[in-house]
Design a protein around this ligand. Structure first.
Ligand code: PLP
Length: 284
């Protein structure tokens, strides 16, 4: 495997950043994960727009022109011969002697890109079965709209899920409402067939897959309500699922050990999953 590190393509096993990289010391960086399908990026434009936004919110500049970044992403995909999988991009505030204040102007950001093949059959197999989630108290900061590499609460929540025999953890706010998963957005299908997902204005990352899924729902004439939903409501839902660039729409069949709907993936989730790639934007 090959990684791109600050201007060079290097063997993955020798791809290093400095110990005083601010990503390492302060989680002072942002990232994006973009699906690769048949060798092409899915929704590249939207991912790049979100990257620009994350950087802006962090008061960081784009590390290189968008066009050049696109070339690096493609080249990393190509060099790793990724047909299906994902490409990962991380930008940090660079290397500087450890000090909380921003480094001196002109300090170059660190840029890392990796790409990996993932067998699509694995996700499809899981989607036939559906997955379990647990709920955990929301304990993250208010700026989860920024896709930062500061993911410790997400790491702890997902590990707790794993140890409970589940794959994902849903964060729940003080009012008992689901915010999102550790690395996914959360959705339910109500008894009367409406899709419900939390508004992106607060408490969640605005998932690219979430945005595209809204279009898919519209095309399938499924009504979407952007409003918070509670765990109680989710437990009584007909279907539940999560979305992310690596999962598309993945059915949730158990929440905290309780069966959702019939306990098998439902037709609405299946339809959204099957139609997702007809609506996603395929890059050159
Ligand atoms: N929410 C969180 C916390 C995430 O980390 C992710 C993706 O990694 C998502 C939601 C889904 O976002 P996307 O659909 O852009 O992958």
């Amino acid at each position: 495997r090959i990684a791109y590190v600050n201007g060079q393509y290097v063997p993955h096993g020798q791809a290093y950043v400095h110990i005083e990289d601010r990503g390492y010391q302060f989680a002072d960086g942002v990232y994006e994960v973009c699906e690769v399908r048949a060798g092409r990026m899915i929704d590249e434009r939207r991912h790049m727009e979100r990257l620009e936004r994350s950087l802006r919110e962090m008061r960081m500049a784009m590390p290189m022109p968008l066009k050049a970044l696109g070339i690096v992403l493609r080249e990393t995909i190509r060099r790793n011969r990724v047909r299906d999988g994902f490409v990962y991009l991380q930008v940090t505030r660079g290397v500087a002697p450890r000090d909380h204040y921003f480094p001196a102007p002109g300090t170059p950001p660190s840029i890392v890109v990796t790409a990996r093949h993932v067998d699509p059959a694995k996700g499809d197999a899981l989607a036939l079965q559906g997955m379990a989630v647990i709920t955990v108290p929301e304990n993250r900061w208010e700026r989860v709209d920024i896709k930062t590499v500061g993911l410790l609460p997400n790491v702890l929540a997902k590990q707790a899920a794993k140890e409970a025999g589940a794959r994902e953890a849903w964060f729940v706010d003080a009012e008992g409402r689901v915010t999102e998963g550790g690395s996914t957005n959360a959705w339910i299908v109500t008894r009367d067939g409406k899709l419900v997902t939390r508004p992106a204005e607060s408490g969640i990352l605005r998932g690219i897959t979430r945005t595209v899924m809204m279009d898919v729902a519209e095309k399938l004439q499924i009504r979407v309500e952007e409003r918070p939903f509670t765990v109680v409501e989710a437990l009584a839902a007909r279907e539940a699922f999560v979305t992310s660039a690596t999962n598309f729409a993945m059915p949730v069949v158990r929440i905290d050990g309780q069966v959702i709907g019939d306990g098998i993936p439902g037709p609405v989730t299946r339809a959204l999953r099957e139609n997702f790639h007809h609506h996603a934007e395929i890059a050159d």
